[in-house]
Ligand binder design. Structure first.
Ligand code: SAH
Length: 282
């Protein structure tokens, strides 16, 4: 951590809001980070170089923005709340490497020629839409770091056999290496959120970790398998999914792959689910 960063005073969200007679808006998930140690951990996780371009989702009053701007080539700060954005623009006027965008992140498109990374201390209710948005956005980021609800972080990193393993775990792990960097206490935020948090790093993979011939079929099987997670996978697919897959064909594939016919989706690893989808004849 450079001394420059240490020297920069963290914006005091509480005081700053008071000064402008503003209150944190719950409906916009405004829980400001007030813990400098956690801010430093976020900055370290981003591994910012002098050449880095960083997109920040929900820049708020600019607490993280200025730490990033001090290290990066450029910050693109996206904030939906015009009042907060204006305050942060003022506070950070000394920087000439911040582009402020007053928009909903989910309706923003980027024109970034370089590789870039994304950071977001985001409202928890938009976690899944933000992840899906970041997985699809072009050009794609190298990695994204998100502050999300602890339980969601555990679900996203879960492996087969875990109670919280689900279709979203597989969907995200098919595209990214997902790591929980640190669990974060409520006291790191003002106001304190209702739930505990985790800082999670998603590194986009160049190739999926398993070979899948038909991605639509693979994800259809996963979705149905977990939608009916208490049912045997064979029945879930043949009875409940509208996939037009014959039960006999399924039984053959299960047998060929040495899978018990009574197995449920939650017991199968991503690679077993890939094998299964690759061996089903439609
Ligand atoms: N980055 C600051 C603020 C985090 S609070 C910090 O770490 O302290 C979350 C921020 O996201 C708020 O400023 C909120 O206004 C903003 N926000 C909420 N929904 C958004 C959306 N759809 N697009 C962009 N910003 C959003």
């Amino acid at each position: 951590m450079g001394s420059l960063i240490k020297a920069i005073k963290m914006v005091s969200s509480k005081e700053e809001l008071k000064k402008h007679n503003l209150h944190p808006q719950k409906k916009l998930g405004q829980n400001f980070l007030i813990d400098r140690n956690i801010a430093n951990i976020i900055i370290n996780t981003l591994n910012i170089k002098k050449s880095s371009v960083i997109v920040e989702i929900g820049s708020g009053l600019g607490e993280l923005t200025h730490l990033i701007a001090a290290k990066a080539k450029k910050v693109i700060a996206v904030e939906i709340d015009t009042k907060l954005l204006d305050i942060s623009k003022n506070l950070l006027s000394a920087y000439n490497n911040i582009e402020f965008i007053n928009k909903d992140i989910l309706k923003t498109s980027f024109n970034i020629p370089e590789t870039y990374k994304v950071i977001g201390n985001i409202p928890y209710y938009i976690t899944t839409p933000v992840i899906l948005f970041l997985l699809d956005i072009i050009p794609r980021p190298v990695l994204f770091v998100l502050m999300i609800q602890k339980e969601v972080a555990q679900r996203l990193t879960a492996k087969s056999g875990s109670k919280v393993y689900g279709s979203l775990s597989i969907f995200v792990q098919y595209r990214c290496k997902v790591e929980i960097i640190k669990y974060i206490k409520k006291t790191a935020f003002y106001p304190q959120p209702d739930v505990n948090s985790a800082l999670v790093k998603f590194t986009l993979l160049d190739e999926p970790p398993v070979k899948v011939k038909n991605e639509k079929l693979f994800f259809d099987i996963i979705q149905t398998g977990f939608m009916y997670r208490r049912k045997m996978l064979i029945n879930a697919i043949s009875r409940y999914a509208n996939l037009g897959i014959d039960k006999k064909e399924l039984e053959k594939a299960f047998k060929y792959l040495n899978l018990s016919p009574s197995i449920r989706a939650e017991k199968l690893s991503m690679s077993e689910l890939a094998d299964l989808s690759n061996h089903i004849k439609k």
